[in-house]
Design a protein around this ligand. Sequence first.
Ligand code: ZN
Length: 302
Amino acid sequence: MDMQVSYLDRLFDAGILMDMGVDGLYARSGLFEDVVSGIEAMVSRVGRADGAETMRFPPGMYMKHFEKSGYMGNFPQLAGTIHSFCGCEADHMSLIQCLQAGEDWTKDQKATDLAYTPAACYPLYPIVAARGELPVEGGVYDIESYCFRHEPSKDPARQQLFRQREFVWMGKAENVQGFRQKWMDRAQAIMTELQLPHEIEVANDPFFGRAGRMMKNTQREQTLKFELVIPITSTSNPTACCSFNYHTDKFGQTFGLKTADGEVAHTGCVGFGLERITLALFHHHGLDAKLWPEGVRKALWG
Ligand code: ZN
């Protein structure tokens, strides 16, 4: 924990992150964003060969699609829904009185049609399903979104609002698994170029409650999710910076995704945690990016 606090303080002192009053919510400096852009450019260069269709999402998604995704079943503790004032003038008066008296004014806020996006690829599935069957060769998508997870922490690598860059594949099971393997190799090559120590592990997601323990076992036994981990604020508990997911036909069933021959589509995705990789670079190469190894600077900025 101390390492996490001291790294966060060093980032604040260097002006790389700026405190916004809440743990896990930070403003980013121009330098931080230059590093993010460099990582994005590397990922784009590698992924371009796949002919992916590009989409960029806002940080919120339609509540109905959020409900369908199953996120509340697995991670209710991390989810964020968007609420708003929906009352009349009298309700407004009492809200103002509560605000002025320093009392809880949020009790009458009502859920809207929006939830924060918990994983970048969730908004993609309904968009693709609405188009009808996938092309014969399947679908490949290059997406990015701000994501929300309610887990306030002093660990700068565990933010509440952060960006996930993803490549998503849809189609036949064997092709989706092949894509995942290809991206596991590609992501490791990227981290080697960035001179970051890394390992691939079977993931250990924080599924909620007793039923969640079963989900955790299934995920591990079927190796549905791998992570690329890099030590940032702890060497014994390195941070997941990329994930490689095989969803089987779960999202295909849920959102009605069909292959060209009418079968339920399988899906998979690779996610790059842009803030986490950036923080790994500052941790391993120092807070002054001008002093980073020449090879790392070249990989990021040419
Ligand atoms: Zn995904």
